[in-house]
Design a protein around this ligand. Structure first.
Ligand code: PLP
Length: 396
């Protein structure tokens, strides 16, 4: 049976890292995969995570299975991050949370649920979006469409085109939105634009599916929830996928969540029961360790504050690199104005580099960037900034 199986193409982004690891040039730079790196180029374990792990190791009594939807205490922590600590949605019965293996697990769980319970739904993705979105939804059997998002001429949000594109959405369709730090562009709607998007989705009768993978990397942990909270005010029903890979640095612990918010408690309970069925028939129940770390940190006032401070440290470093990148490009003779990069949010920047320029950077300078020109700003350091900017100026 295996004789006729063709080899699948490598993953667009992770495949680049495989090529990077094979590259023997000592000065190589990897700005492709979306992983935070500190000033020394390492992906560190947060101090507060280490402290939570010490506490867990001392108190953990069993490796028994978690419930299908994870610990209720974890779910509550997730909802407090999404809706605010004092929000009724954090403790009431109009929202419920399923602990998933990472943000990708949450997206896939949402996709399976949509395919099974709302089989006519078409899911609308921003153009461009994270490379894996379309693949996850198609793998679950959903039909995908796109709406315009990025205005390459002004390096900003194409809001009017976005609104026009979303006018084609039918009642019962699903619209995927990035809560903040849009991947790959780094461009987000303003609070007012979020309100307009909420009103539009309400009018269209569409279900928002919010992907929240970078809470705290844009403006702040609470500030970055402005879009989610505007949608909650505007529509009765939504799904939210959380990932704690980046903001807790828990990449390989696969820590995420899918939260459903509905209009009536019975309806939320019914949807939640379906989500549990989807989880049970896929991975059965979630991995425990990452969720226990998040819960330990967020339920302890001192650890929570330390986490907020460490997230701020990561955010400030990325913003510092954005500034230095723009200044160094100008100092090294770039004739194009790159100042828009300072305004973009999160780890990514749409640099405007063409596919040919990206290829030359890889072939001639051992610099790895995604073909779309998406740069992981968090991969920049004071040490690699000079050679990086020299190379960019050369290929331009
Ligand atoms: C927009 C977006 N959504 C989801 C994810 C997936 O996160 P996780 O690694 O937790 O599965 C990523 C990771 O890069 C992402 O950028």
């Amino acid at each position: 049976m295996f004789e006729s199986v063709p080899t699948a193409p490598p993953d667009t982004i992770l495949g680049l890292t495989e090529a990077f690891l094979r590259d023997e040039r000592p000065h190589k730079i990897n700005l492709s995969v979306g992983v935070y790196k500190d000033a020394s180029g390492a992906t560190p374990i947060l101090e507060v995570v280490k402290e939570a792990e010490r506490r867990l190791l001392a108190t953990e009594k069993s490796k028994g299975y978690k419930p299908i939807s994870g610990d209720p205490a974890y779910g509550r922590c997730v909802r407090e991050l999404l809706f605010g600590a004092g929000s009724e949605l954090a403790s009431g019965d109009l929202a419920a949370t399923c602990h998933t293996p990472g943000g990708t697990g949450a997206l896939r769980l949402a996709a399976d649920y949509l395919r099974q319970q709302h089989s006519g739904t078409k899911i609308w993705l921003s153009d461009p979006t994270w490379d894996n979105h379309g693949k996850v939804f198609k793998a679950a059997g959903l039909e995908c469409g796109t709406y315009p998002y990025f205005d390459a001429a002004k390096n900003g949000l194409a809001f009017e085109a976005m609104v026009e594109g979303l006018s084609a959405v039918r009642a019962g369709d699903t619209v995927l939105l990035h809560a903040c730090c849009h991947n790959p562009t780094g461009v987000d709607p303003t609070p007012e634009q979020w309100q307009q998007l909420g009103a539009l989705l309400r009018e269209r009768g569409a279900l928002p599916l919010v992907d929240f993978a970078y809470q705290g990397f844009g403006r702040g942990v609470d500030e970055d929830a402005v879009g989610v909270r505007a949608l909650v005010d505007a529509v009765d029903e939504l799904l939210i996928c959380s990932s704690f890979s980046k903001n807790f640095g828990l990449y390989n612990e696969r820590t995420g969540a899918l939260t459903v918010k509905g209009k009536r408690a019975e309806e939320v309970a019914a949807v939640f029961s379906q989500l549990k069925t989807c989880a049970r028939t896929n991975y059965s129940n979630p991995p425990a360790h990452g969720g226990a770390i998040v819960t330990t940190i967020l339920t302890d006032a001192e650890l929570r504050q330390r986490w907020i401070d460490e997230v701020a440290g990561m955010r400030d470093r990325i913003n510092g690199m954005r500034q230095l990148f723009v200044e160094t490009l100008a100092a090294r003779g770039a004739t194009r104005d790159f100042s828009f990069i300072v305004d973009q949010k999160g780890m990514f920047s749409f640099s405007g580099l063409t596919k040919a320029q990206v290829e030359r950077l890889r072939d001639e300078h051992a610099i790895y960037i995604v073909g779309s020109g998406r740069i992981n700003v968090a991969g920049m350091t004071e040490t690699n900034m000079g050679p990086l900017c020299d190379a960019i100026v050369q290929v331009m």
